[in-house]
Structure formats: C-alpha cells, structure tokens
Design a protein. Structure first.
Length: 210
C-alpha cells in the first residue's frame, strides 16, 4: 500500500493571516502534484490545516481535490465538530478521529492527542474500545501529537510528546506506522518503536510504502 501523508499546513504562530493562507495554498498545490505523480492508495492529513480555523472551509475544499480517499483528523488548531461537519460535505474527506477503519488489508486508527498532553486519559479509553478491532491486523496510527521520547517530540534537549501514544505502540506490535506532527521543527524526521515507523511528514508531505 502506498500512502501520501502530510501535516501542519499552517505557518508558524504570529505570522500574518494572509501569509499563513497563501503558504498553505502552495503546500496544497505541491501535494496535489505529488499525488498525481505517485498515485497513492490513501492520503492522510494529521491535523493543523489552518491557523485557528481561518479559511478552513476553503482549505479543506482544496484538500478534497488532492485525491479520492483522504483520511483527516484535527490538530490543536481545529475543533473536531467543525472539521467533522466540513468533511461531511466532501465525498473524498473521511473524518477518522476516534475511529478505526479498514482500507485494503490495513486498519487506520485516528486520535488527535491534541499536542500538549503527556498522558491522555481519553485516548486510553478509546484504545480499550478499539483494541479488539485491530488485534492481529496491520495497523496505521494517525495522531497529531508525537509519541514521547522519540526524535519526533524533541525540542532542544526536552521531550514533549505523548506517553499514551508511545505506550500504545509498544503494547501493539501490529502497528506498522505512526503518522504525527505538531512540532514544526521536526518535519521530515523519522524514528522507530518496535517495528513501527514513526514519521512526521510535514506540510510538504511524504510518500510511504507499507
């Protein structure tokens, strides 16, 4: 299976709104070109499409044209209810927050994790619920927050990721891939827990084969 993943389309905090929007449009254009060239089976958006939901309708409309099957979760700049509603208006956008769905021979599990929590009790409840669904099945985990104590959550000398995500991957060896973002400085970085690849694809996107 071939995946095109991306995250954090918005520009850094404090940027003027118009800069954020036009930079996002450039990223989307490049992602569309990448999808056309590589023809991925599925496209994953791991959140933070907008800067505090500015232009979110228009951005999602453009994202919906990147491909036929686009899995979407919110980041810490979108509320789930807003994102879910907009996704429902576009056939290609599949909202997977707090869901486990099967595509081909693979399960895709979505849970944002926001970006600032060390331990996520809501995610722990969700994991208990979906564990039977993914047992023994090849699984891709999609979160916005990065897993704790990896190359993807490090800022300077500090690790600021989510322990719940790390524990979930360690306890489930059928997870083959974890897509996340949130920390812009780590865009493009990769790491591993067990056999699971951990990837922050950044706003430019990354083609991944599993």
């Amino acid at each position: 299976m071939k995946i095109l993943a991306f995250v954090d389309l918005h520009s850094k905090h404090g940027s003027p709104e118009y800069v954020d929007y036009h930079k996002s449009l450039k990223y989307i254009k490049k992602l569309k070109e990448k999808a056309k060239k590589h023809k991925p089976d599925v496209i994953i958006c791991a959140g933070d499409i907008s800067l505090f939901e500015n232009h979110i309708d228009e951005l999602l409309k453009r994202i919906s044209k990147i491909g036929k099957k686009i899995l979407v979760i919110p980041g810490n700049h979108e509320t789930g209810s807003v994102l879910r509603k907009i996704c429902s208006h576009h056939e290609s956008l599949i909202y997977i927050e707090k869901k486990a769905i099967k595509i081909g021979d693979c399960m895709f599990v979505g849970f944002s994790g926001e970006g600032f929590l060390r331990r996520d009790t809501e995610m722990e409840k969700f994991i208990k619920k979906i564990k039977p669904k993914i047992k023994g099945k090849k699984t891709v985990l999609v979160t916005h927050a990065p897993p704790y104590k990896t190359k993807l959550d490090k800022i300077g000398r500090e690790h600021c990721g989510n322990r719940t995500i790390t524990n979930f991957i360690k306890a489930n060896k059928n997870i083959v891939l974890e897509i996340c973002g949130h920390i812009h400085e780590n865009a493009g970085k990769e790491d591993k827990i067990n056999k699971a690849k951990l990837i922050n694809p950044g706003p430019k996107g990354k083609i991944i084969k599993i």
